[in-house]
Design a binder for this molecule. Sequence first.
Ligand code: KG4
Ligand code: ZN
Length: 360
Amino acid sequence: MKLLAVETSCDETAVSILDIAAFSAHMPARDFLNCELISSQIKLHAPYGGVVPELAAREHIINLPILIKEAFDQTGCQTTDIGAIAVTRGPGLKGCLLVGLSFCKALAYTLKVPLIPVNHLEGHLVAPWLTGETIHFPMLALVVSGGHTLLVYVASFGDYKVLAATRDDAAGEAFDKTATLLGLPYPGGPSLAKLAESGDSSRFRFPPSLPADTRSFSFSGLKTAIARTVKALDESGETQDPKVKADLAAGAQEAIVRQLVSKTVETAKELRPHLVTLGGGVAANSHLRHRLNEELMKGRFRFLVPPPRWCTDNATMIGLAAVLKLEREKDSYSAWTQYPAQGLGPGVPFNLSADPRLHL
Ligand code: KG4
Ligand code: ZN
């Protein structure tokens, strides 16, 4: 039995096919992942300097059926092989979510299989598990994306306690807004990270926005500090100097990473989890991966981060969360299959609100 997983919460249309029959926990994804496709909309949004929600939704309408057909062609999978469909239900851009949800709901209805709605953040949270490393609970998960910055205590799959969130901007937003201030192309995070590679992070030091003993994150003060620095440098004409721009990028990246690392390590020291994981688009940042690993090693913590393709938005993480749900709720799965005509399991809400366990 196969599971079709779909992700359309922002500007990536993503489809994966997972082999439910081959799946067992602690297995590397290559053993149960049949196909993984992503269609990026970078070129479409680049002229606007950010994602245009309406354009993104329309693009999903065009791309989603093409990707699903391609996934079926590549794997030789038939519609009769599909035993369940997983889809991101939120959080994300409403129009984009509606495209994925409506499409999957109609397909589930037609194929008479259950539809499993997945919280996008839960997908990012479990993405490190795709590596196949043994997962020991309790676990501390840092989830850093374009819209969220969460530190989550994970007692087991589905049992979450959000320990900290951002008071203002998300970590990804801090990267993106800094990139815009420096006139870098969309997508801002990777552009800033690239420029920072040639910069000296000690030239511009941006102080933390919140005291060290506060667990919450905050990045809006950093944005203001960078904006002021850029304005002053613009007036003196120094931002024309590529070296100055690279040093600014490195200083900003260092300030964002320093805050994420210090709060995560402090929390880990306090709670002594058996594993610390990193996920979400910002987890693709090599400086963050390196610094967090370095600091956690000093405290002898186990650390796990997935390869970059499973940090940024993808459907495989949505599929994994759904398969884990199916495993946990085997009884309700058989109940769901009794109600195929609805295309939804009994009691599964069709709405865009995030899962309350990860909702703030
Ligand atoms: O998880 P994601 O792909 O989408 C959301 O769920 O938001 O995360 C997107 C965010 C964006 O803010 C993007 O700039 C950031 O992740 N990002 C990065 C890098 N790659 C993506 N930030 C810093 N360095 C990167 N290499
Ligand atoms: Zn995401």
